[in-house]
Ligand binder design. Sequence first.
Ligand code: UDP
Length: 382
Amino acid sequence: MYDVVVIGSGIAGAAAARVLAEEQNKSVLVLEKKGHIGGNCYDEEDAYGVLIHKYGPHIFHTNDQEVYEWLSRFTDWYAFGHEVVARVGDQLIPVPFNLNTLKQVYGAEKAEALEKKLVDTFGAGARVPILKLREQQDPEIQAIADYVYENIFLRYTMKQWGQKPEEIDPAVTGRVPVVISHDNRYFGDRYQGMPKDGYTPMFEKMLYHPQIEVRTGVDARDVLELQEDTGKILLEGKAFSGTVIYTGPVDELFDCRFGRLPYRTLRFDFEHLDIPDYQGHSVVNYTVSEDFTRITEFKYLTGQETEGTTIVREYPSAYTAAEGEIPYYAIMNPENNKLYEEYAALTKKFPAFHLLGRLAEYKYYNIDAMAAKAIGLARSLA
Ligand code: UDP
């Protein structure tokens, strides 16, 4: 009855489903465990009418014009250059650390000479990962690297990952490089902004297609069975010969038989305040103090005008698979990647079964890269 079953309706599942229905003329069943679509991009109004991101702040940014145009079919944009500051003592400093931060930290006079040195060394506009900056021999650059490491990366990363910056995959801290420019924006991409009416309506439009059926509140493990001895897939007890795209955690498909894949989870502490402004910024990172990593104030992300304001604090911890806990970040390292590959290998017995997404691929995808990957996979499936 269906050509394709897609497990999960986050950006991976939703984009794949749309392309399969629209371009490949497939009939697609989307199964979503949560009670709503959109995965962790899901947003909704809270009890006070403030549009919040239930699973933490998601800011769209991309250099990929094709993805931008593809998503623009499902939403207009609130063009918004996301800026982040870090609370360091009684100061708020721009993050990523850039030439404005340099000036604020060192004072105008000293910063001028240092700025010249940074520009001469790396080039204007360069984006230098902190671990690379730390390798520099010049004592003045080393001092800047020490400042950035100590005040921006060390404790934030300890909170977020339970490990030091040099112990985690370098690509992770490389997401927030030291930027040799006066641009305070968090991302350097050409297109950045928020879906004008929110992410959820964008997903609704993406999934609104006569050949897509969406069922929420359905755990795929209750309806889909991978028969390892026969290489067959059963859907609701009957042999299913179509394609399956799975965007959930791959270990759970096989009852975690090699042990659980490690992830980091987050606890979100929402608070509504009857004041128009709490912090004057969309995101403040707490890079040296507190147990939470950051506070997001949603009205500054979405541009929504509301009387009161809603904020959320993020408390990271190890994912334990306890009821209600959500795995947000794969902890990519050689040992965990190897365990992941062992699970992924089990799916090879099923040629029409595809792993897609942050969880299923054990990777750190941004929205744009995920959409591009999903669109590409869907187009490759004849
Ligand atoms: N990071 C940090 N301090 C900051 C911002 C980021 O140490 O002020 C590090 C931290 O390890 C974090 C990583 O850089 O996990 C990537 O940050 P990003 O903001 O991209 O994380 P996300 O928004 O995806 O959670």
